[in-house]
Design a protein around this ligand. Sequence first.
Ligand code: SF4
Length: 319
Amino acid sequence: MVVVVDTVSNHPVRPRHPEKVNRPDALSPAKPDWIRVRAPNSRGYADTRRIVKENALVTVCEEAGCPNIGECWDKKHATFMIMGDTCTRACAFCNVKTGMPGALDAAEPGHVAEATFKLGLAHIVITSVDRDDLADGGAEHFAQTIGAIRARCPATTIEILTPDFLRKQGALEKVVAAKPDVFNHNLETVPSRYLTVRPGARYFHSVRLLQRVKEIDPAIFTKSGIMVGLGEERHEVLQVMDDLRSADVDFLTIGQYLQPTRKHHAVMRYVTPDEFAGYEKIAYTKGFLMVSASPLTRSSHHAGDDFAKLKAARAAMSR
Ligand code: SF4
């Protein structure tokens, strides 16, 4: 039996993706020249890593094997992943560990706030695993984390990247009431690829979730993103843009999907930088306040700088 290598935890026996170990290997084409990343070995990277470990925090940067970790951590930009390192979903693209998560850590909101303070972050991004096992999907924990950061670092702006809270009545409202500055929920792919790529989710539920955020609190910026290279057609990407604009979403990110292991969905195609530039141009014409589309675009990449641009774009619109 092939075991998908667990490159993050120290557990030698349990495969990281038990649901995927018996799948045949999916082979991706070799990476093109334009997918190049810096090795994570700078002083800033080491400092960020120390603060993350000292506060016993989990980051999506490490868990998802993000290619930008060298660049982001050098600038002390880490994206914290709350509610544990184990996800109740098993998406075909994602490297986060799958299984039954442990109990919530009541001290975690305080630890996240402390790490935000120590890193001196002007803008923080918080994401989480899916917690379908919890009655509120983890909404209260999100709200507590936002509250703890506001108390410890009042000047820091807060961006959250949430699960879909599918079948969790009242969860979204609880998170929105905590007033994050940016509410991000990624669609991840086009609707025709959902059953294969994101089988536990529903496309229109996710679009509606984003729309509800704006209905409840129009002051909150909304953001969503997809990966390309998963077998989608160009016209489907344009349709996603229209769906997100119908939901009044402000900020769109589009990045290249990269395969974490051979047991994950294969890269069907590397989208060229010119095609990304074309997507960005079209998305702006459709009315997004901000668009980031490039091979290495990720939801939280340059999130602080992008938030400043987002605010400026809204201010310019209202003049
Ligand atoms: S892009 Fe986001 S997930 Fe990747 S290293 Fe940067 S902050 Fe972390």
